[in-house]
Structure formats: C-alpha cells, structure tokens
Ligand binder design. Sequence first.
Ligand code: CA
Length: 442
Amino acid sequence: MEQLNMSQINETHDIHLISWVDSANDNSEFPIQNLPLGIFRRAGSGEVLRGGVAIGDQVLDIAGAVRTGIFDGLALQAAQAAAESSLNRLMGMGSAASGALRLALSRALRSDSEVRAQIQECLVPQADVEYGMPSRVGDYTDFYTSINHASAVGALFRPDNPLLPNYKWIPIAYHGRSSTIGISGTAFARPMAQIKAVSSNEPDFGPSRRLDYEVEVGVFIGEGSEAGDRIGIDVAEDHIFGLCLLNDWSARDIQAWEYQPLGPFLAKNFATTISPWIVTREALAPFRTKFSRPKGDPQPLSYLASHINSEQGAIDLQLECYIQTENMRAAGEKPVKLSSACFSEAYWTVGQMVAHHSVNGCAMNPGDLLGTGTQSGANRDQSGSLLELTRGGTDAIRLPNGESRNFLEDGDSVLIRGFCEREGAARIGFGEVEATILPAQD
Ligand code: CA
C-alpha cells in the first residue's frame, strides 16, 4: 500500500473515530471522517436556507450549533460564515478557517464529545430536508480532463482526427453558464434548438433527440484571486474548497451543428445538476494519489508541474452512473448501473485546472464552480456518457426490463454516485446527484 498522504492527515481522519450519531457508524456515506457541507432547510417549511454538515443520516444545523455557543476562535468565525444561506463567505476565508471548523465539528460529533447534549437538538433527519445550492456560483467553467472521453468523443465527431494536438498540452475547457446549475432532485424539460440531420442540407427547429448525460466531478473554488494575478501550481490546491458530483447534461444533436468554431453553447447550458454535499479537500487527503503521464506523452509545461502535483495531485474517487426509466419507476424497480470509472485516471489534476485557468490573470472567486469534464475509463463499461456507451447512438444498450436506450427518453432519471475508499482510511461517500427529463415544452 502506498503511504497515506501524511502531511495533510490529522486527527479528523482517524479511522477509529466513531460518532454519537449512531447512523454515522453503520457504513454510512457520511461517517465522522467525512463531514461534507451543504445548504439545507426542512422541506416545505419556508425556513431560511442555511449551512449544515452531513453526519450519518442526519444534518447538523450549523446556525443552530453556533447559537449553543460551542464554537470559539477561528472555528466560530468559520461556523458563522457556514451558517449563512450560501457558503461563499466561508469558502473565501481559506483553508485554515474551514480546517478549524472541520476540527471543531469532528470533536463535537465524536462519541466522547463534551457538547453532545447542547447540539443534539440541532440534528435534522436528511429524509426531512430539501437542499439549496451550496454557493452562489458566479462563474462556471467545464474542463475536458479525461483523455479516454476526449478520444472516444473525438472519434465520433471527427473520425480522422479524434484527439486534437493541443489536448496533451492544455487543460481544455469552455466557459459555461451558472444560471441553469441546479441541485439534485430536480427535473427539467428536454431542450429545443436548431438541429441539422446529417442527411439534410439545412437545419430544422425542434426538441433534441440525442439527449445525454456526462459523469463529472465539480470543483468549488475557495479563496479567490484578483484579476491580473495567477495562482501557481504549488498553491493551487489551497484555492480548492471541495468537490461534488456533477452531471453536465448534453444535447449531442445540437452540439454537432453548433460546436464549430467556438465550442459548446446551447447544447450544454440548458441544465447542469450537482450533488448537494461538498466533500472538502481536507476530507479527501487520505485518497490523494500520484499523477503521472504515460511514457512518451509530453510532460506538462513548468507552470502545470510541481512535486506535490506529481506525488498526490490525483484523487482516487470512484464514480458510478445509474438510470431509472419511467417504466422502471412505475414498476418499483431500482436504478440500474450503466458504468463506473475512477477520477484518478484524469489526464489533468484539479490543481492543474486552477493553475491553468488563472495563468493569464483571470480572476477566480470563492464559490466558482469548475467541472472536470466527463470521466471515462478505457473500457466501454467505464464510459461516462451514453454517446460513448452506445457508440454515437448506433449500438443501443439493453436494460434488464427489456427497454433499450440510444439516448435519454422523457421520464428517464440519471443518478451519479461517488465514493472514496482505501485500506487504512474510513470510506467516505459523496451522496448522489439525480435529475429527471421532462418532455420538451412547445
Ligand atoms: Ca462536460
């Protein structure tokens, strides 16, 4: 087994910790070593949205915990920021503040906690809550960091030229829209736009017939940077608050007609869905792993290379994608798995994404969201989109109930789940991101 990343491991990662919240100790996605942050309120209550931390099957209301007086010092300042209706201010306070909050929460929720009686009333069952966006996302940028995905998609769009020459040098990305980022549990209408059939000389207007999902990881920016400044690769990680799951819904027929010369536009910006809980960078410390390039590939330019990035720039995060059709839902059938892949195979790391994004002086702000791009492994059952699974819609997948899919149909729900596990560390989950396709609106 590789050495755990000792420099960032501390008492909050101790595999032996247990919580007085019993459900956290029972193979939960949210054991006491995880402590992901999100924005919530009791469902249908009209309460103000506020920050919470997931522990087992409960949410600890951070605003309520602040009122009990259990926090002090930097942890208190961080908790007050986390109690607001978005986490932007906490994110901007930097990693020392979020680390102080994590330590205070860990100690408060342990089995030997001295403040259990004070904060017991601040627990709300996750089953009773609805979630808000974790941050007000000012800017959203989507990268393209899986070379398996880039090669497979490139081969479908440009059979003679699948991987463009800049791919191995630049962490490729495009600027998306923050206006249509939504939280898990939503539904949205199939998009309408211009579509040109291959057999036709002119486009038509109508609903997308090649609607797809993309299995991605979302990266929330913590401390920001000023316009004109660049975030060096050595400190890039300090500007990352945490990660979530992200589905970048994509209309392949709209994309094929519009994407040249300036890249994705309406094919992508009708919906992006994220999971409600942000797993902090600190929680991921035990799951960091080496970043390396295949032999013969160019090494990253110096502004994208560092010792730390090579030793622990990658993240061993397992991703799984599931579908549940309307018929399956009606029959009470559970979602079925379509694929699984590992984020550690990405061609670029989250640190390289941040360093590259800001190298020209582009300002990064707390709460900004970066997508990693679709994460696909080398094998077909590791494909993070239907485009790859069905080879461009030419080879339909069969579902256990007899239905088949080339692309998504109305009523389909897609779920992405994620987790990190390794020997010597507590397994932590990301929860899930789920959304459902509604019929196009006339
Ligand atoms: Ca994408």
